[in-house]
Ligand binder design. Sequence first.
Ligand SMILES: Nc1ncnc2c1ncn2[C@@H]1O[C@H](COP(=O)(O)OP(=O)(O)OP(=O)(O)O)[C@@H](O)[C@H]1O
Ligand SMILES: [Mg+2]
Length: 151
Amino acid sequence: MKLDSLEDMLAFGQKIATRLQGGEVLELVGDVGAGKTTFTKGLALGLGVQGTVQSPTFTISREYETSSLIRLVHYDFYRLQEAGIMADELFEALNDPHNVVVIEWSDSVAEVLPEDRLTIAISLVAGDETAREVSMHAGGVASTRLLGEKA
Ligand SMILES: Nc1ncnc2c1ncn2[C@@H]1O[C@H](COP(=O)(O)OP(=O)(O)OP(=O)(O)O)[C@@H](O)[C@H]1O
Ligand SMILES: [Mg+2]
């Protein structure tokens, strides 16, 4: 799927948000500046998060309460060579059915991730600074529901 603008990316995140019930895991894949955090901002908008979603680049994780029982937990493991204690924290977050867990740069925690997760790959489009190519893969029942109608 091709998204033409930043606004389209936010709208895409908002659309996915409408399908969330809690307990879902979203793995965001893509280069630096692809739009993983921007997508998460759209997700947060759709979930009714108050205030600004900031990249967890330095804090590794950030949590947001939403307008429902869902809690948005956003990770960025870019700076982590070894998951260590963060893998334990992630594991706990994954086991709370109220949490929607979003992960950027998941390589170091790959073994902790459940198979039932929605992997969203975002890539830049040559010659168009605001366009992004997006593809999705669902690994189980809960993540397949996030794909919507055609799933
Ligand atoms: N269609 C688009 N979708 C997403 N971001 C876009 C789009 N067009 C332009 N941008 C810009 O691209 C940048 C994406 O940055 P963002 O922080 O979301 O990337 P990221 O994938 O999270 O990077 P990092 O790996 O560093 O965390 C932002 O500056 C955003 O404004
Ligand atoms: Mg980011």
